[in-house]
Design a protein around this ligand. Structure first.
Ligand code: GLN
Length: 487
């Protein structure tokens, strides 16, 4: 029995029914991590004893109580910028080495309550700044489909852990594409919910007006299962939305007559032709199943990258001012207090993080604020209005996720601008606050390709329903990497 090939839904049902024990499930997951993570490097911390204790708790519950747990015995990996009480949290930064949070993030508390087993913390680009998981202070993560290539980022550890079937579910965070881009690169499902749908309490802040936690999974149904557990209002996060997050989650949709918007700005020559052809094939299949493909325009798209990087860096420079050697993690020596601050930050932060703090501080400085940050906020409004207008004509929007297939480790290290430009299709959902989800729709030269879906604000349920139809209609049978099947 290889429960590592099972979906989260199947595991939870079998554990609830007492068909298998949570202990067997977690042992299989830990064994697979042990076997493959030396090559993949998805984890920064594996929590064997905690996961086994959680499994024992699930197994020892009275059957009636166990039957109420939506994630009974399901192993879950958590990106290491989400705080956990009983494990280290580093955000893949030296500056947080040795830090232990005194509390669980809201999403983690909800996972535990739902019967999930947290098996460890996954690798990321330092403070979630990056698109390749090469900018971790500890080690890079490799793409399970081809170990010479990056898994994408910044949630590369979570995406790789799911693709390598070490866990059926993982949490990522998405500020400008960090769930969706690695999902596309690793051939898994990744969802960024509507801004505010999932509590950010306990997520280490990068850019607070853009950050959102969301699920990575191998099927859309599993992503929905995880979303249902983590979504909803939270008194600890004033930006978490009120209202029923479960609303519309079981909405039935049909492809028949569904209006799928194709933004002309997202279908240019800049995208690898192999991605264009896999995406075109998927759209053809949807059209022959009754969907209507409608060309739309999002005219402010050319400004999205500059707008995103200005806002993200400005907010990051402010959020990262709290790491001073006093309050969290590492502290370097120094002649006096000021010297200690400076040395801690000089030694604790990596190059990409420093680059962003410098640029962000500049954008916020007196005299430049109006020209940069304020201007970027105005363009952000225009980008959001583009989506409002498009959604008057269509039910949902479909686009490629990235312009390129997964690249080789080291290939873009010296060219940050090139790395930033590849976020072109994902940053707009964060700027607009809308929900967005990636589904694998094919393989090109042995590497996965994902289709990105975007829906109006709060239409997370509809987005999941449409993505599930896409998954069924396009029906690829991926040849999962590192051996294994899907059941
Ligand atoms: N790649 C983008 C960046 O580097 C997005 C990161 C993210 O979503 N956390 O900022």
């Amino acid at each position: 029995m290889t429960t590592t090939d099972w979906t989260a839904g199947r595991i939870a049902a079998a554990v609830r029914d007492g068909e298998i024990s949570a202990r067997e499930v977690v042992d299989a997951a830990l064994a697979r991590i042990e076997r493959y993570d030396g090559d993949v490097g998805a984890f920064l911390h594996v929590e064997q004893s905690g996961a086994r204790r959680a499994a024992a708790t699930v197994d020892n519950l009275p059957a009636a109580q166990r039957r109420t747990l939506p994630l009974a015995g399901v192993p879950v990996a958590v990106k290491d910028n989400v705080v956990t009480r009983d494990m280290p949290t580093t955000a893949a930064s030296r500056i947080l080495e040795g830090f232990r949070a005194p509390f669980d993030a809201t999403v983690v508390a909800r996972l535990r309550q739902a019967g999930a087993l947290i098996v460890g913390k996954t690798n990321l680009d330092e403070f979630a700044m990056g698109s390749s998981t090469e900018h971790s202070a500890f080690h890079p993560t490799r793409n399970p489909w081809d170990l010479t290539r990056v898994p994408g980022g910044s949630s590369g550890g979570s995406a790789a852990a799911v693709a390598a079937r070490m866990v059926p579910l993982a949490l990522g965070s998405d500020t400008g594409g960090s769930i969706r881009q690695p999902a596309a690169y690793c051939g898994v499902v990744g969802m960024k919910p509507t801004y505010g749908r999932v509590s950010r309490f306990g997520l280490i802040a990068f850019a607070s007006s853009l950050d959102q936690i969301g699920p990575l999974a191998r099927t859309v149904a599993d992503a929905r299962l995880l979303y249902r557990v983590i979504a909803g209002s939270d008194p600890c996060d004033s930006t978490a939305l009120e209202g029923d997050a479960g609303e519309g989650l079981d909405e039935a949709v049909s492809l028949n007559g569904l209006r799928i918007g194709l933004p002309r700005e997202y279908f240019g020559d800049g995208t690898d032709r192999r991605i264009r052809s896999v995406v075109a094939h998927a759209l053809d299949r949807l059209e022959s199943s009754g969907a209507r493909l409608v060309e739309v325009s999002l005219p402010h798209t050319p400004y999205a990258i500059s707008t995103y990087y200005l806002i993200a860096m400005a907010e990051a420079s402010s959020n990262l001012s709290r790491y001073d050697g006093v309050r969290y993690g590492m502290r370097a020596g120094g002649r006096d207090l000021l010297d200690m601050y400076e040395t801690t930050r000089a030694e604790g932060f990596g190059a990409e993080v420093k680059r962003r703090i410098l640029l962000g501080t500049h954008a916020l400085s007196a005299g430049y604020y109006d020209a940069y940050y304020l201007k970027a906020q105005k363009v952000r409004t225009l980008i959001r209005q583009d989506f409002d207008t498009a959604f008057l004509e269509v039910d949902v929007i479909a686009t490629p996720t990235t312009p390129d297939l997964p690249f080789r480790l080291g290939e873009r290290e010296t060219d940050p601008l090139q790395m930033y430009l590849s976020d072109i299709f994902t940053v707009t959902s964060n700027l607009a606050g809308i929900p967005s989800l990636v589904v694998p729709v094919g393989v090109a030269d042995g590497l996965p390709v994902g289709l990105q879906w975007m829906a109006p604000p709060l239409a997370d349920g509809r987005l999941l329903a449409i993505a599930e139809l896409c998954e069924k209609t396009v029906a690829i049978e991926p040849n999962w990497p590192l051996g294994g099947t899907m059941s």
